[in-house]
Design a protein around this ligand. Structure first.
Ligand SMILES: Nc1ncnc2c1ncn2[C@@H]1O[C@H](COP(=O)(O)OP(=O)(O)OP(=O)(O)O)[C@@H](O)[C@H]1O
Ligand SMILES: [Mg+2]
Length: 350
């Protein structure tokens, strides 16, 4: 039996806009999302769908021209959406919620040894000093899989490979003792073997430090490896979410179908990989109906007129598509995908 999960963070009806050259762009269009303690949630969706903006809003790191126009971000009895000053955010950022991004070089100071950089976080967030702080740094280096720790302590970022630098950034994030760790494309810049190692490391740390993690990624392969749950984003909205198996083997939104169909594993030998035709909508304009409609081969008339609500597929699985309306014509996913779903479900059921 599954234990009842506790919410750690709740996003409610969030709308985020940007002012750009006298125009307004809506990047997040009324998103609600619960994050449960100890889980690993993946957020997937193509470029520009709003994954990074959503995560930055949780940490108070939106670009200056961006603002929360509506909604709440609830964390421990506080509504982060109402924070005004840097001082407000300093209570949360790093300390409660930390982030690891794609490019470790931008988060490291090239002029300081990596030991000192991790130590700063240890001193600031764990209140340790002197020898104790130093020892803690060595332990953290060890925890993130960097050997020869005393020597490594004294080295500068440029003396490390990309994968090792990412480990250092992760050590700094962990040093702050956060409850939530957001990983924004943490392995995109790394080659495949290193990618797998970093993912494994993050999984181990999640357990050891009782973290709740959010992975942002384009890569459904990464999702399969790390996530308990998946939220699929399209044009600033979460159009489907569910347990990883529910999304991989029983997806209901045609956009999720398209995403899964573009997995390399599903390509027929010798054929070109499936790709989603058309382009995402212009976020400067008001979007009517289902934002995916113009690219959706299964679109209904109503898709162009009215935004679909969430339909419930299971207690944990919801999708925003009119195809789930009781009166909608019955539509099956494409043949290759149907086979993949059936095989996956058989596999999942043992
Ligand atoms: N400072 C900004 N000013 C104007 N528009 C912005 C700004 N930052 C982000 N946007 C817009 O918000 C939308 C969402 O961007 P976001 O970076 O969240 O996408 P993403 O899903 O993270 O994409 P990627 O996979 O490429 O990282 C995009 O249309 C982007 O152009
Ligand atoms: Mg991004």
């Amino acid at each position: 039996m599954e234990e009842k999960k506790k919410k750690i963070l709740s996003i409610e009806n969030l709308v985020i806009k940007f002012n750009l050259r006298g125009q307004v762009l809506t990047a997040i269009r009324d998103i609600s999302l619960d994050l449960y303690k100890g889980e690993s949630l993946a957020i997937v969706g193509e470029s520009g769908s709003g994954k990074s903006v959503l995560m930055k809003s949780i940490m108070g790191l939106l670009d200056k021209n961006g603002y929360i126009n509506q909604g709440k971000i609830l964390y421990e009895d506080e509504n982060l959406a109402q924070f005004k000053t840097e001082n407000d955010w300093l209570k949360i950022r790093g300390k409660e919620i930390a982030m690891v991004t794609q490019d470790p070089m931008t988060s490291l100071n090239p002029l300081k040894t990596i030991g000192k950089q991790i130590e700063e976080a240890v001193v600031l967030h764990q209140g340790l000093k002197g020898k104790e702080a130093y020892k803690k740094v060595l332990q953290l280096l060890n925890d993130v899989g960097i050997g020869d720790v005393e020597k490594r302590y004294k080295q500068y970022p440029h003396e490390f490979s990309g994968g090792m630098r990412q480990r250092i950034v992760i050590a700094i994030a962990i040093a702050c003792n956060p409850k939530i760790l957001i990983c924004d494309e943490p392995t995109t810049a790394l080659d495949v073997t290193i990618q797998a190692q970093i993912l494994q490391l993050l999984k181990n740390l999640q357990e050891k430090y009782h973290l709740t993690t959010i992975y942002i990624t384009h890569d459904l392969g990464v999702v399969a490896k790390v996530a308990d749950r998946v939220a699929v984003m399209y044009a600033g909205d979460i159009i489907e979410f569910g347990k990883t198996d529910e999304i991989f083997f029983n997806a209901k939104h045609p956009y999720t179908w398209a995403l899964i169909s573009s997995l390399p594993q599903l390509g027929e030998k010798g054929e070109e990989l499936y790709s989603i035709k058309g382009t995402p909508p212009n976020l400067f304009k008001e979007i009517k109906g289902d934002a995916f409609a113009p690219r959706n081969p299964y679109a209904l008339k109503i898709d162009y007129v009215e935004r679909p609500p969430y339909y419930k597929i299971s207690d944990t699985h919801f999708a925003k598509t009119w195809l789930l309306h009781p009166n909608a014509p019955k539509v099956e996913p494409p043949e290759t995908l149907k086979k993949f779903f059936e095989e996956g479900r058989r596999y999942a059921n043992g």
